[in-house]
Write a protein that binds this ligand. Structure first.
Ligand code: MLT
Ligand code: ZN
Length: 447
């Protein structure tokens, strides 16, 4: 402990239970464990010194950003040093020539967005936890969110990375070269490695032109199939399409139970598709035209002003907190080939009811990526069985057991449903090469 105090100062080594508690339980309340202590470095050099010490002493480390993760990957199992990167908040000037910026691991997504927009640029990833989620965690989990349709996931935004390896050595490749053919893409490998290969301390990030003109529509439909069938036409007629989000009758009822939201339509419907277009000039006419031509709609509304757009987004973005207000859900984040999404949705209820008749599934997601957030309430002590049944169904449809939240501690047991034995062995070989003592995030991602 004295070594940590010497590196980061006494104020930033926390051992008092009152101070460590908020770091030791995840956002969902499902995962928690006691840390040996919480260490809060301010700089990359301090992170390196902390890891060098942990490596020498054989101390296990769990790495944490904004603690918004949903799979238990950022909280201790018990006894690890918790390395919080929340104080690595340096944010460089926007480089207009390359449209890039360097951001510390502890910079929140919201602060990054504000910073980029001040230069008339924007960041490509956006998600509901933007006020708390941080750059380091977004990179480490290869976060997705609501704009993958337009800009890709977090890995696609990373033009360079600074990271500390398990032994305290630093790799830094921050020139932001768009073309670089000099071998292994270490930044791409570390992105999505969930803190198991290295500790991300800063990232060089791509920025996009800021698109101030937005239009949002909410479409009501009878089925998932109707929503999926609309996608090819929407993508073809709306180059400005930047989000396509799906939710259902049960989810809408829940968000209206927990928030003061009016009914969007006079009648209830089975499925809802939220579309957003963003462009340099007002895309509302394009969006309205695409909606009026869409086949299979039963109702629709288009919001033109910012307040109306926020109101429509609230139906979608308050799902997570409304579900948590009902209890601790089993949270599954799966994807299937988009064409198979209707099949997945049609088999989901009976699959879950087959192992847990009392369970209450609430489902929503990012339709273009075939990414469904399957949240199951009231599972009692059958959460393992529910998880197993759903993930096996997903695997039978050639899907992924974790689409954008990561594997964490929650899904390790099921990794083999999505990755072959050969792939897992290759990943373990990479892990052994970079972290031979296995001190970084043990128990996360790899069996
Ligand atoms: C979302 O899309 O809102 C997030 O992935 C959070 C969640 O799944 O609860
Ligand atoms: Zn999501």
């Amino acid at each position: 402990m004295r070594a940590f105090v010497e590196i980061v100062g006494a104020d930033h080594v926390l051992t008092d239970a009152d101070l460590t508690a908020s770091y030791e339980t995840d956002w969902t309340g499902r995962f928690s464990g006691k840390a040996a202590c919480v260490v809060r470095p301010r700089t990359t050099a301090e992170v390196a010194a902390v890891l060098k010490h942990c490596h020498a002493e054989g101390l296990k480390v769990v790495v944490q950003g904004g603690n918004t993760g949903l799979v238990g990957g950022g909280v201790p199992a018990g006894g690890e040093v918790l390395l919080s990167l929340a104080r690595l908040t340096d944010l460089g000037d926007v480089d207009l020539a390359s449209a890039q910026v360097t951001a510390g691991a502890g910079v929140t997504l919201a602060d990054l967005q504000i910073h980029a927009r001040a230069s008339d640029l924007d960041f490509g990833v956006d998600l509901a936890a933007r006020e708390s989620a941080t750059v380091g965690g977004l990179v480490a989990t290869n976060a997705g969110g609501i704009r993958v349709l337009r800009y890709g996931s977090m890995r696609a935004q990373v033009m360079g990375l600074e990271a500390v390896l398990a032994d305290g050595s630093v790799i830094s490749r921050m020139a932001g070269l768009s073309k670089d053919g000099t071998g292994y893409d270490l930044a791409g490998l570390i992105a999505g490695s969930e803190g198991t290969l290295a500790v991300v301390t800063a990232a060089r990030l791509k920025l996009w032109p800021r698109l101030r003109a937005r239009a949002v529509a909410l479409l009501a439909m009878d089925s998932t199939e109707a929503a999926v069938s609309l996608l090819p036409g929407l993508r073809a007629s709306l180059p400005s399409l930047s989000a396509a989000e799906l939710f259902y009758r049960e989810g809408l009822a829940l968000v209206r139970k927990h928030g003061p939201l009016p009914a969007p339509f006079p009648q209830e419907h089975e499925a809802y598709l939220l579309l957003e277009c963003a462009d340099l000039t007002d895309p509302v006419d394009q969006l309205a035209a695409a909606v009026s031509e869409a086949v299979g709609l039963v109702d629709a509304t288009v919001a033109t002003d910012a307040a109306g757009q926020r109101a429509l987004w609230a139906y979608r973005e308050t799902h997570t907190e409304s579900i948590s207000a009902e209890g601790v859900p089993v949270k599954l984040d799966v994807s299937v080939p988009t064409a198979s999404l209707p099949l997945l949705v049609s088999q989901l209820s009976s699959t879950i009811a087959g192992v847990c008749p009392a369970a209450r599934p609430i489902v929503f997601g990012h339709v273009n990526e075939g990414n469904l957030h399957v949240n199951v309430l009231d599972t009692g002590d059958l959460h393992e069985q529910v998880t197993d049944a759903v993930l096996r169904l997903v695997a039978s449809l050639d899907g992924s057991i974790s689409s954008e939240h990561g594997v964490g501690r929650a899904k390790v047991e099921w990794l083999q449903l999505s990755r072959s034995a050969t792939e897992i062995a290759a990943m373990q070989a990479v892990k052994r090469a970079l972290d031979p003592a296995g001190i970084l995030n043990p128990g996360v991602l790899l069996p």
